[in-house]
Design a protein around this ligand. Structure first.
Ligand code: B8X
Length: 623
């Protein structure tokens, strides 16, 4: 299509009311009749009129036909993407553009042209009723149908659309059937009128050309009869009646098949819907049963109370309690592993004191090797730490003395202590002790950790600034009171291990350096954590208060470096003795507490000592 102006092409040729050219022209293929079929014509859109000429060059001979567009109806062909028909009353032009894009251009231009002439396409759409509205309805439906597929609408909506399509198809088949029948009649009529009106033929072909046109010029120039006048219905090689009958049979077959498919799908949809309803009903019943069971439980006085979950009258039997605790600890481990892998153990910027910050405080001088069997107290000389005076100083000193005397005793040969776990250098021992049915089992572990000193181990064990880096069994903690440079009071809640009640612990944590009594023995570093009372952290009913008496006792062994090298971390080894006396505070099955302790303490020790090795690697050694 090209935009043409009707005169010299100057600017005043554009309609001042709109930005559209006053004339559009282009080549379209126009159906002339059954003899000449589709012929290229020059078509011009101007002044609300569509006219056509034999060719652009022969416009001077005048147009061959024209249509007033005011009441024209434009019908894009259902199957031929290049074709569109324009009808005004009973006159119909069948036109084909060179491609679908050009067809769209022509349709839009004609519609636009009409709109500006005051007749909108909706008038013609409404006027033409069935065919165009059917077409637009069908295309609209197919669009909807596509979008419904995209939106995942239910099968039923699609079936309904299929039924609408079927109705449209039925109406279209009827329309086409009438069209074919009328064509067939027209061919007959045309045959008899052809001779009479040959000179009036709208394409004005000369007679000899007309006779000529009775022959088909095939490629090698020879002529062959196009058709035999004797059987008009077989004109042009097309048996219209036969075609119409075949078309009717085919479409009838398609429609019955379509109806059958729709029927099957509706049945299928109904049966699936029934099954879905049944499943939903079953689920509703199960949910209701669950809700009523929970309500029944809630009616029982002990539900949610301490007895239901733990306690001598617990409704959960010991095995169930054990399994539940095991599962809860597994879950906590998984969460911890994820946290570790996510944070990649981002180093905390916690300065390790470069000087021996604790050695000036609370010194203890021993006459014998601190790890020996010495039980004589007289050998222990106590110096009160001048700058470590607080209201718990005496208690701290007593704790330290006891640990240095008793906790360091070797238990390897003591039958009362059972070796529960041995992993590499780490050995964990336990004594089974119960008081009023409550498990108090003292625990003792020994371990040798390479590359770190006792000072470094005790520092990281005591320094609350790094507590959450390694202590993964606690939910939260806070320093209730700072007593001195090396003594604080800590309150912490442990993660709940259902069905056991949640525990909290309030304890004093003090760090000490105990100088060796003779130069052959190593110094000892010690942290003791023991339960105290404090009015700022009174027991609550949210947690069961556990009582602890724990000590981390360390000595550094240094092997002589090679030659005149400096001492490196390869030359140091920390001997650890860790003791823990924990009163769980409330009743829990002995087997469960023992299982938890056996599982949690070794994990805790490995986790903590690895942490210290990581934190000190590559750093100056802190003796
Ligand atoms: C242990 C258990 C329970 C503790 C408290 C516990 C508390 C270690 C303190 O060494 S620590 O001072 C480190 C500072 O957090 C210390 C352990 C629960 C009693 C029912 C309460 C028992 C369960 C055992 C356990 N839990 C966690 C880690 C190791 C052992």
């Amino acid at each position: 299509m090209s935009e043409k102006s009707s005169s010299s092409g100057s600017d005043d040729d554009v309609d001042p009311e709109s930005a559209h050219p006053v004339e559009l022209g282009g080549v379209l293929s126009k159906w002339t009749n059954y003899i000449h079929g589709w012929q290229d014509r020059w078509v011009v859109l101007k002044n609300n009129t569509l006219s056509y000429y034999k060719s652009e060059d022969e416009r001077e001979y005048g147009c061959r036909g024209s249509l007033c567009l005011s009441k024209a109806v434009i019908t894009p062909h259902e199957f031929d993407e290049c074709r569109f028909d324009i009808s005004v009353n009973d006159s119909v032009w069948y036109l084909r553009a060179e491609d679908p894009e050009h067809r769209l251009q022509w349709i839009e231009s004609i519609e636009l042209h009409k709109a500006e002439s005051g007749y909108g396409s909706e008038t013609s759409l409404r006027r033409h009723g069935s065919m165009l509205s059917l077409t637009s309805a069908a295309s609209a439906l197919s669009a909807t149908s596509t979008s419904s597929f995209k939106k995942g609408h239910r099968l039923r909506e699609k079936l309904a659309e299929m039924e609408t399509f079927r109705d449209i198809l039925c109406r279209q088949v009827d329309t086409l059937q009438k069209y074919f029948d009328s064509c067939a009649d027209a061919v007959c009529k045309d045959e008899f009128q052809r001779d009479r009106e040959v000179e009036e033929d709208e394409d004005d072909f000369p007679t000899q050309a007309r006779t000529e046109s009775e022959f088909n010029h095939n490629n090698n120039g020879s002529k062959e009869k196009l058709f035999s006048p004797a059987s008009p219905k077989a004109m042009n090689g097309i048996d219209f009646k036969g075609e119409a009958i075949t078309f009717k049979a085919t479409t009838a077959g398609i429609l019955s098949n379509l109806s059958h498919c729709i029927e099957l799908m509706v049945k299928r949809e109904d049966s699936w819907q029934k099954r879905l309803d049944k499943e939903l009903d079953k689920r509703r019943r199960v949910e209701d049963a669950y809700k009523s069971a929970v309500n029944e439980l809630k009616k029982k006085s002990h539900y949610g109370g301490p007895d239901y979950e733990e306690g001598p009258n617990s409704l959960i039997n010991e095995d169930e309690f054990f399994d539940a605790v095991e599962a809860a600890l597994d879950r906590q481990d998984k969460i911890e592993e994820q946290c570790q892998s996510e944070k990649g153990r981002i180093p905390r910027l916690t300065p390790v004191p470069s000087t021996d910050a604790y050695s000036s405080i609370g010194k203890h001088r021993f006459a014998t090797k601190p790890h020996s069997h010495s039980s004589s107290l007289s050998s222990v000389e106590l110096f009160s730490a001048s700058d470590d005076v607080h209201r718990f100083s005496a208690q701290v000193e007593e704790m330290v003395q006891n640990h240095m005397t008793y906790s360091l005793q070797d238990v390897g040969g003591d039958a009362n202590w059972q070796l529960v776990i041995e992993e590499g250098e780490m050995k964990v021992y336990r004594r089974e002790v119960e008081e009023n049915g409550i498990v108090l089992d003292p625990l003792k572990a020994t371990h040798s950790v390479k590359g770190v000193t006792g000072h470094e181990v005790c520092h990281y064990f005591w320094d609350t600034a790094v507590r959450l880096d390694w202590e993964t069994t606690i939910e939260n903690f806070n320093v209730v009171e700072t007593l001195s440079e090396n003594a604080v009071i800590v309150y912490q809640t442990h993660k709940r291990v259902w069905p056991a009640s949640q525990r909290d612990v309030l304890y004093l944590s003090a760090i000490r350096k105990i100088l060796a009594t003779n130069e052959n023995d190593p110094d000892t570093w010690l942290v003791c954590n023991f339960s105290v009372d404090h009015d700022k952290a009174a027991p609550t009913n949210r947690c069961v208060r556990a009582k602890i008496n724990v000590a981390m006792i360390c000595q550094t062994l240094v092997s002589p470096p090679e030659g005149d090298k400096e001492i490196s971390r390869d030359n140091i080894l920390c001997k650890i003795t860790y003791v823990a006396n924990v009163n769980p505070g409330g009743w829990a099955p002995a087997s469960v507490l023992r299982a938890v302790a056996k599982r949690e303490y070794p994990k805790f020790l490995k986790r903590f000592t690895s942490y210290v090795q990581e934190k000190t690697a590559g750093k100056p050694i802190l003796f």
